[in-house]
Write a protein of this length. Sequence first.
Length: 79
Amino acid sequence: MTIMLRAGGQLREMLKPDIDYYTRKVECPDNSDMETILKQIGLERKFIAFIYVDGKVRDFSYIPQNGQIVTLQPPVSGG
């Protein structure tokens, strides 16, 4: 299956977008959960605070559907 991962800020740089400035196309086995997909592309869970799909917060056990856009939100930082 194919999904699109989107991220901004420093997380965007780690995501290594290839579709546009924020988006990376990822090929993964059917029924892969987000934790497995993130490991597959080399993104550590500690860099992701929230996962959004269709306007809803999902956890790392979420199994995206083919063609879905998944937005990764980094932890808030700054001062």
